[in-house]
Design a protein around this ligand. Sequence first.
Ligand code: HEM
Length: 137
Amino acid sequence: MTMTPEQIELVRKSFDGLWPVRRKLAKLFYSRFFELAPESRRLFPDSMEKQNLKLMDALAAMVGALDQREMFQAIIMHSARQHAQFGATPSQFAAFGEALMWGLQQQFGPAFTPELREAWSTLYETIQCKMAGTRGA
Ligand code: HEM
């Protein structure tokens, strides 16, 4: 699925707004993810402080490269290889996406319009397809 230029702009602007609250958002997000996929918890370190920032930095890199096709692919493929080693499964990727969308909804509230939701979910599908697709089910 390809994002339209309008969707890229929507994701970018909204991500800028999230940056100041990225720690809080990542915390919220991972707590939801571990509820949805409890078996994933043991794959992560006890303290999630660093991971929270790593996730947000990775998202920033992806969002920043949305209009540079080759750079975007390279970032995703790098991440895909890492996650194949971590043993992340397609069903965990689905839970991850659900947690992400839920976290964004919590953060934006009514500002999470259907258009904004659609833009983020298209982005996540693109990432998920490439990252989870490198492994079998
Ligand atoms: C778009 C989706 C995802 C993004 C952007 C993302 C991003 C990241 C990043 C940036 C790291 C740090 C890598 C490093 O240390 O250099 C990481 C680590 C990790 N991720 Fe993900 N991740 C995603 C999905 C998932 C999913 C679905 C799982 C499923 C369990 C997962 C499991 C892990 C694990 C186990 C680690 C290593 C933690 C550690 O031992 O420090 N990730 N991820």
